[in-house]
Design a protein around this ligand. Structure first.
Ligand SMILES: [Fe+2]
Length: 153
């Protein structure tokens, strides 16, 4: 089943919500590639996911700083998530698509758990009470082109 962003996952900020929708879309693409045992596409999607996670984590950090939210717990979790993602990527890459049914289920479950429960619900939701005191479209000054989110196909 595809991961889906719903209003219940809103953290109260347009940029963060938009980026979460984008990340969920990429995670869905990666899950589809895992189930299809398509190692090449999976490697592209995980690379794409990693690139967007860097953008997203940087933007969340800027927003947290602008609203005076203690972001230290987030930073530690984000480092762990990236390490887990690299571990998953390496585990799957070394078998080059010859993944067991169990490995496929565990990998898809990991991406789902990690994206929705671990990332958005357990951690980013902690910012919601503070973000809700700001306009939904609140956007601190950000540099570069990292503020836009493109929904992956
Ligand atoms: Fe997030």
């Amino acid at each position: 089943m595809r991961l889906k962003w719903t209003k219940q996952l809103s953290v109260g900020n347009a940029i963060i919500d938009s980026e979460h929708r984008n990340l969920i879309s990429i995670a869905n693409n990666a899950r589809r590639a895992i189930r299809a045992r398509d190692s090449f596409t999976l490697s592209q999607e995980l690379e794409h996911l990693e690139e967007w996670l860097y953008v997203h984590f940087a933007n969340e950090g800027k927003i947290a700083q602008a609203i005076n939210f203690d972001f230290s717990q987030h930073k530690l979790a984000q480092q762990c998530w990236l390490k887990e993602l690299w571990f998953l990527r390496d585990e799957l890459a070394c078998k080059n698509g010859l993944w067991s049914d169990d490995a496929i289920e565990q990998s898809c479950h990991f991406l789902s758990d990690w994206m929705i429960d671990g990332h958005i619900i357990s951690l980013d939701m902690l910012m919601k009470p503070v973000l809700q005191t700001y306009d939904y479209n609140f956007l601190p000054s950000m540099t570069g082109d990292a503020t836009h989110a493109v929904v992956a196909g």
